[in-house]
Design a protein around this ligand. Structure first.
Ligand code: FAD
Ligand code: NAD
Length: 405
């Protein structure tokens, strides 16, 4: 009998967890499992703010895909997905190669959402993957290294702007606040030459989070020299900086370093499939299947799961993606083995911890508020747990964060 072909797209949190669970549950005679990923490495997306700021080397945040999977059971293909033909059940790759599937798991992650704001795509950086993170770090280093070589410096040369004070914006600006004094020292630049500005459209940083913890975070970051512009919307990005508006007043802030961290959408490949979506996120069924696409499961940031209690979608997080992977794998295994009783995905959210640099954080874990060193230690526990789930004790020992205090 022909073995069913299971194809997983993306080796991020959702894709890796799906693959690891598929390889445990299906024997080589039961299915052909293929994992396709743009790079030959998996990266810890949740560590990219550190890589971007230059406080963590990019090699610490990535691991070879083949170190995480069982090569006897899974075929790994390093390639870029360019399209998916849902009717013909085929994935199309960059070299026009076509891969047939019986079951498909789309786990292609997120892309930066610029909401059509003029100039952002052209002039702003984004924290999207290892390479965009490396580009930000290199740009920062180059800017600092250039400063003392110029007779005349462009206005805003040493102004770093972070767009958005959501979790990504806050975690990144915190790393920047820690790194800037070191860069100033290294390149003989007075600290007061450098401005770090975080611009947030909502009436508060970290909208929707605990007010006491927000106040703690903002105070701590202001102490480290971060300027917050709250209730201020970025309207345009130009080669010279950004244009913002607040209370119908517009202002130009000159800057050579604008990092847009103000929103995400799913992969653009989703739009190409024709599956109904909202900003490239598909409202999946309780078993994680995509509506109207036979054999297709979607996990991670390309999926949208509604929280029945609030009637709102769960935010796209690694926590959710990592829990979806095993459910998608279980359901595919059930179908392959002729079963019909599919598992329902119900996230078991343990809390949220937001890093404020290597030594500080805020969080709500199991309903308890944490800040300072205890929150920071908890953040490392969360990061280490992800490594353990992906690659067991070996990966944890190799890449883990053990400088707790
Ligand atoms: P990803 O982890 O982004 O993986 C997608 C994979 O698909 C990548 O390997 C990519 O290379 C590959 N890929 C993409 N396009 C293609 C293509 N066309 N062809 C082939 N391969 C492709 N969430 C939390 O729960 N806790 C946190 O602390 C946290 N911190 C974060 C910090 C930062 C700085 C950021 C940016 C996000 C953070 N998040 C956090 C959110 C979390 O990272 C995402 O929700 C999570 O990464 C989504 O997992 P995923 O598997 O859908 O996608
Ligand atoms: P987000 O959508 O959560 O936050 C974006 C922020 O940018 C919002 O506060 C929004 O008001 C602001 N914004 C939007 N347009 C703007 C504009 N024009 N000008 C100024 N501000 C603007 O996006 P994110 O922070 O990238 O987070 C993406 C997902 O990743 C979320 O689900 C988040 O929970 C998750 N995440 C989690 C952690 C963590 O748990 N530690 C860390 C990072 C990201």
């Amino acid at each position: 009998m022909k073995k069913p072909k299971v194809v997983v797209l993306g080796a991020g949190y959702g894709g890796i967890m799906t693959t690891i669970h598929l390889q445990k549950q299906l024997g080589v005679n039961e299915a052909e499992i293929t994992l396709i990923n743009k790079n030959d490495y998996h990266y810890e997306t949740t560590w990219l703010h550190e890589v971007s700021a230059g406080t963590l080397h990019h090699d610490r945040a990535r691991v070879s895909v083949t170190d995480l999977i069982n090569k006897n059971k899974v075929t790994f293909m390093k390639n870029t997905v360019t399209d998916i033909n849902i009717e013909q059940k085929k994935v199309i790759l960059k070299n026009n190669q076509e891969i047939e599937y019986d079951y498909l798991v789309i786990a292609l992650g997120y892309e930066s959402e610029t909401f059509g704001i003029k100039g952002l795509k052209e002039h702003a950086f984004s924290i999207s993957n290892i390479n965009t993170a490396r580009q930000i770090r290199e740009h920062l280093d180059y800017t600092f290294a250039t400063y003392n070589n110029l007779e005349e410096r462009p206005e805003g040369m040493m102004t770093i702007i972070v767009g958005g004070a959501g979790f990504t914006g806050i975690e990144f600006v915190a790393e920047i606040a820690n790194r800037v004094p070191k860069l100033c020292k290294e390149f003989d630049i007075p600290r007061d030459t450098v401005r770090i500005i975080c611009v947030e459209a909502a009436p508060t940083a970290l909208p929707g989070f605990d007010p006491q913890l927000i106040e703690y975070a903002v105070t701590q970051l202001e102490r480290k020299g971060v300027e917050f512009k709250i209730g201020t919307m970025i309207k345009e990005c130009t080669p010279e900086g950004i244009i913002v508006s607040k209370d119908d007043q517009t202002e130009e802030i000159k800057s050579q370093t604008v990092v847009w961290a103000a929103g995400v959408r799913g992969s653009h490949i989703i739009e190409k499939t024709g599956i109904e979506n909202n900003r490239c996120r598909v409202k999946v069924g309780p078993d994680l299947r995509a509506p109207g696409a036979e054999g297709v499961f979607i996990v991670g940031d390309c999926s949208l799961v509604i929280n029945d209690e609030t009637d709102k979608p769960y935010p796209p997080t690694a926590q959710v993606a990592m829990q979806q992977g095993p459910v998608a794998a279980k359901n595919i295994t059930t179908l392959i083995k002729g079963g019909t009783d599919l598992q329902t995905f119900k996230p078991d959210l343990k809390g949220t911890v937001c890093s404020l640099g290597h030594d500080d954080a805020i969080g709500v874990v199991f309903g308890r508020k944490l800040f300072g060193t205890s929150a920071s230690a908890m953040k490392k526990v969360v990061d280490n747990r992800a490594l353990f789930l992906e690659g067991g004790p070996g990966l944890l020992l190799k890449k883990g964060k053990f400088n707790f205090f």
